[in-house]
Ligand binder design. Structure first.
Ligand SMILES: [Zn+2]
Length: 170
């Protein structure tokens, strides 16, 4: 009993101390309340765990996820769908840029029939050539700037004419 209560050695009773039965009762309640506190803490932990688990839902479809703590999606399908949506703006932009570059390259191939062809600006413009898109530039020692759409290049000779060239290798 001493171990349980921490004080009140059984044989050291004084006048005014509670009766042994009352002391037993007090000890019992003390023990009971300790167990109660433990029980409450235990229940609180379980409740917190359950609350955390119930919050884990698939980022894509909202389905409740069970299993690993770091799991964010219910399936690979949802993970892919979510990431695709996340990247859709970026991929849309990149797709547009790539399309513009491909179109420019196709126009240059069509017009550059000799491998080194002089064409006027209108011929490029009427086919929808976009001068804002090129993959690289090459500046000669003289300061002439060749612009390339992949291996197909062009040099602005003057305001109205371009010289179309082909890059031999990377
Ligand atoms: Zn899902």
């Amino acid at each position: 009993m001493f171990l349980l209560t921490g004080y009140w050695p059984i044989n050291d009773t004084k006048v005014g101390d509670p009766e042994p039965q009352t002391r037993m009762l007090i000890d019992y309640f003390r023990l009971f309340s300790f167990v109660n506190v433990c029980k409450r803490i235990f229940l609180l932990l379980i409740w917190a765990e359950m609350a955390e688990n119930s919050q884990k839902t698939c980022l894509e479809c909202g389905t409740r996820i069970t299993g690993r703590v770091d799991k964010k999606f219910c399936s690979d399908q949802c993970r892919i769908a979510y990431n695709n949506k996340l990247n859709s703006d970026e991929t849309k932009y990149m797709r547009n840029v790539m399309n513009a570059l491909r179109k420019n390259r196709r126009i240059l191939i069509e017009l550059n029939t000799t491998g080194k062809t002089r064409v006027c600006r209108e011929r490029l413009a009427e086919r929808g050539f976009d001068f804002g898109f090129f993959t690289s530039t090459y500046t000669t020692k003289e300061g002439a700037v060749y612009k390339y759409c992949f291996e197909q290049g062009y040099l602005e000779v003057d305001r109205n004419f371009f010289l179309l060239v082909v890059k031999k290798e990377m």
